[in-house]
Design a protein around this ligand. Structure first.
Ligand code: NI
Length: 153
């Protein structure tokens, strides 16, 4: 990803719109069948607060804390399924912004969980991959059933 094109900017806007409408707090390009390494996020939960949309191109985790945190995670690719996932509580991430500049920032709380979850999507990894086999199987079966039902309609 050498430069930020207008197409890429439009695509980032589309992704943010899709994420807000879902509603969700993060979305990765592969979830909408695009193979570039782009994620969007907004973990500002307070409806009164100003939105904090973030767009990251080619994000990379540079550092993770030893402290860990557990969140009840969900995913727009796995509707209505939630499970507790343990991840590093803090991470430092480098990425390129839509202005073409490289940034580096440390995240904690929900932002840390979300950025790790979204970067995983870029590598084809889902939050259910962190679960114990039985729990993962349960969710996978539910998803397969849902897919079959949708195919029938
Ligand atoms: Ni997800």
């Amino acid at each position: 990803m050498a430069s930020v094109t207008d197409d890429l900017r439009r695509f980032a806007d589309d992704m943010l719109e899709t994420m807000y409408e879902a509603p969700g707090i993060g979305l990765a390009a592969p979830q909408v069948a695009m193979m570039n390494r782009m994620i969007v996020m907004d973990c500002e939960k307070d409806a009164e607060a100003r939105p904090q949309p973030m767009v990251m191109l080619n994000p990379q985790v540079l550092w993770t804390s030893e402290d860990r945190n557990v969140y009840d995670e969900g995913c727009l690719s796995i509707p209505d399924q939630y499970a507790e996932v343990e991840r590093p509580a803090e991470v430092e991430v480098a990425w390129m912004g839509l202005d073409g500049k490289t940034r580096r920032e440390r995240f904690d709380g929900l932002w840390a969980t979300c950025v790790q979850h979204e970067i995983d999507h870029l590598d084809g990894k889902l939050f259910i991959d962190y679960l114990k086999p039985l729990k993962r199987q349960m969710i996978t079966r539910k998803m397969q059933k849902l897919k079959r039902e949708m195919a029938r309609d």
